[in-house]
Design a protein around this ligand. Structure first.
Ligand code: PBG
Length: 333
């Protein structure tokens, strides 16, 4: 059917028609809220490049987690800032590390919110790389054991799901095997499968204090021009036991999310990263666009591309807006 028999505008005529044929809806169920936990007491350090986000000590974190839980957001994702760093990133897998303590406390005090923990060494190594060094290179196989130890220590503390993010080859398999060996066969892995070496992580590196002290992450994170390679990375993680696969960043990589959706039938998470958040906040502050609309349109595009789960610094703001509307977006009030 062609014009003039077919007129797409007929079904756009009013909001009820638009509601009826809408293909995608956002809901609070889609969101994971990332949080930054640091040492100290009563800490609420603003992160300048991520307005509204703060580094929190564990006591402050508890208030925040309770608030997030009260808003109906199903999950948080924790990043730790240790009080000291070393060559081996030992704070990442210490029994009384910052994440381990935070998780125990949340599990003690808050019922029924999923705690996902990012498993990486970069916030804990003095050099800021995601693994241990051999000369100036990150040694893949030597790092695997430490990634496994980190995941295991998180799960022992009560983490509901671990998310290995270091882009070391074989990391998902090692984490799966170590969890299984210790009796944690029921704890799922959310794998940062297609994680690109992106400039959009820059605000996060201020937030988590994990910038590499020399060089960059291009020898382990993916090269932005590649798409087929992302499918191979995901296939490996699926083979190694990933329960959820992730594409990161989200907005500049919507094509990768879509291709993954069409290729794999596992749940897909997309990480709407710090730089994507910062851009919208900055433009909103300058009055160049409506930040709330840009937020919702961006989150919608990530869902439309094929993501089931969106990890986003907008989680609380978007959840609030969804509550004011009809719990779906676009709302119809
Ligand atoms: C740790 C990690 C990073 C992010 C999530 N986990 C930083 C990096 O890889 O450099 C970035 C998240 C964001 O920018 O919001 N490896």
């Amino acid at each position: 059917m062609n014009f003039p028999e077919y007129r797409p505008r007929r079904l756009r005529k009013n909001e009820n028609f638009r509601r009826m044929i809408r293909e995608t809806a956002l809901s609070i169920d889609d969101f994971v809220c990332p949080l930054f936990v640091t040492h100290g007491n009563g800490v609420r350090n603003p992160i300048s490049s991520m307005p509204g986000n703060i580094q929190m000590s564990i006591d402050t974190l508890m208030e925040e987690v309770k608030k997030i839980h009260g808003m109906g957001i199903p999950a948080i994702m924790l990043f730790g800032i240790p009080d000291s760093k070393d060559e081996l990133g030992s704070g990442a897998y210490a029994e009384d590390g910052i994440i381990q303590r935070a998780v125990r406390k949340i599990k003690d005090e808050v019922d029924d919110i999923l705690v996902i923990t990012d498993v990486c060494l970069c916030e804990y190594t003095a050099h800021g790389h995601c693994g241990i060094l051999e000369g100036s290179e990150v040694d893949n196989d030597a790092t695997l054991e430490l990634i496994g130890q980190t995941a295991l220590s998180h799960v022992r503390a009560g983490s509901d799901m671990v998310a290995p993010s270091g882009m070391m080859d074989g990391q998902v398999g090692v984490v799966r095997a170590m969890l299984d060996d210790e009796g944690y066969g029921d704890v799922p892995i959310m794998a940062y499968s297609a994680k690109y070496a992106s400039c959009f992580y820059d605000p996060f590196r201020e937030a988590a204090e994990g910038a590499p002290q020399f060089g960059d992450r291009r020898s382990y994170q993916m090269d932005p021009p590649n798409s087929s390679e992302a499918m191979r990375e995901i296939a490996l993680d699926v083979e190694e036991g990933a329960d959820i696969i992730m594409v990161k960043p989200a907005l500049p990589y919507l094509d990768i999310i879509r291709r993954a959706r069409d290729t794999f039938d596992l749940p897909i998470a997309a990480y709407n990263v710090s730089g994507e958040f910062a851009m919208i906040k900055a433009a909103d502050r300058l009055g160049w666009l409506d930040g709330r609309k840009a937020m919702m349109e961006s989150l919608m595009s990530i869902k439309r591309a094929g993501a089931d789960i969106i990890i986003t610094y907008f989680a609380q703001e978007a959840a609030e807006l969804l509550r004011q509307e009809s719990l779906v977006w676009p709302g119809h009030r």
